[in-house]
Design a protein around this ligand. Structure first.
Ligand code: CIZ
Length: 301
């Protein structure tokens, strides 16, 4: 363990803090984390873990979510400008307009959204539970925001419901093209193709399995196949290579690195613990409404 990692551990004890790291974080960050997972898993941990401070190694909406679920704890985002371009594709006003256009239709927002957007929505979802949440909502119509590809994937699993989709997408997952899948399959004909539903519907249609990062990790760990072609952010390879060293994992596209997720380094975690950087603060009215949207998801799944 490096000196910096040791110092982080010491500060963590001193401050009674825990480090949560998203599956997309750098290997060095995952190595010092107490909990690693997708945002659904991490949001449940944030709500239940006994500690005074949480260092959330992820992007802005994730730390914001953790703060909503555990307002009494100090929640720190080590890199203040680690944002999510997908979350930025929609505003609270856009949601109000959608509601006026489709009166009475429930709004599901993907967790990759701002607190303001969550506050205007009825229920939140993550990529692990989106199908379940949408399926449990009453009525035969649903507004799904902001990821159009994930919404399309959910709509295909629930053919009896009509989906009104927002056209946002993740710039990293959008990089994977059909040609990448075909080329990779030619090179590794025995490999299983595992992709995230934030990829385009054409790419998802060619895959052997589509799921959240945690579901992709579970599939690759449990299946007997030896080679896997991965269509999500490169961070998932860290866990997979550590837990299944006998298997081979390849990215479907060389550019599957989320620049925002990769901003957090050991130095920024150290500074976060030392200087309380950057403490999440929320507008109390927005936070109250957005928390109801999040808690509704936690009750439903
Ligand atoms: O839900 C999450 O954490 C995201 C953004 C992706 C995934 O599937 O883990």
């Amino acid at each position: 363990m490096t000196e910096l990692a040791q110092e982080i551990n010491r500060l963590k004890q001193e401050r009674n803090a825990v480090i949560l790291a998203h599956n997309y974080q750098l290997d060095e960050v995952q190595a010092v984390a107490d909990y690693i997972g997708d945002s659904f898993y991490l949001s449940k941990i944030a709500a239940s873990v006994a500690c005074d401070a949480i260092v959330f190694c992820g992007v802005f909406f994730m730390a914001e979510t953790a703060k909503m679920l555990s307002p009494e704890k100090k929640v720190l985002l080590p890199e203040a400008d680690a944002g999510c371009p997908l979350a930025d594709t929609i505003t609270a006003e856009d949601v109000r307009i959608l509601r006026r256009q489709h009166p009475g239709v429930p709004v599901i927002c993907y967790i990759n959204s701002s607190a303001e957007v969550k506050a205007e929505s009825d229920v939140c979802c993550t990529s692990s539970n989106a199908v379940k949440v949408a399926g449990l909502l009453p009525g035969n119509k649903v507004i799904f925001i902001p990821d159009g590809n994930l919404g399309n994937y959910v709509a295909k699993q629930l053919p009896d419901k009509e989906f009104i989709l927002w056209g946002g997408s993740c710039v990293t997952h959008a990089k994977v093209q059909v040609a990448d899948v075909l080329k990779a399959r030619e090179k590794y004909p025995a490999a299983k193709v595992l992709v995230h539903p934030e990829c385009s519907p054409d790419v998802v249609g060619l895959a052997d399995f589509a799921g959240s990062t945690s579901e992709i990790i579970r599939y690759a760990e449990e299946m007997p196949d030896r080679q896997y072609l991965i269509g999500t952010e490169a961070g998932v390879l860290c866990r997979l290579r550590a837990s299944r060293p006998e298997k081979e994992f390849f990215l479907l596209h060389a550019g599957l690195f989320c620049p925002n997720m990769k901003k957090t380094r050991l130095e920024s975690i150290h500074q976060a613990l030392l200087m309380n950087r950057y403490a999440m603060k929320l507008d109390s009215i927005v936070a109250q409404k957005a928390t109801l949207t999040l808690r509704k998801m936690l009750e439903m799944v």
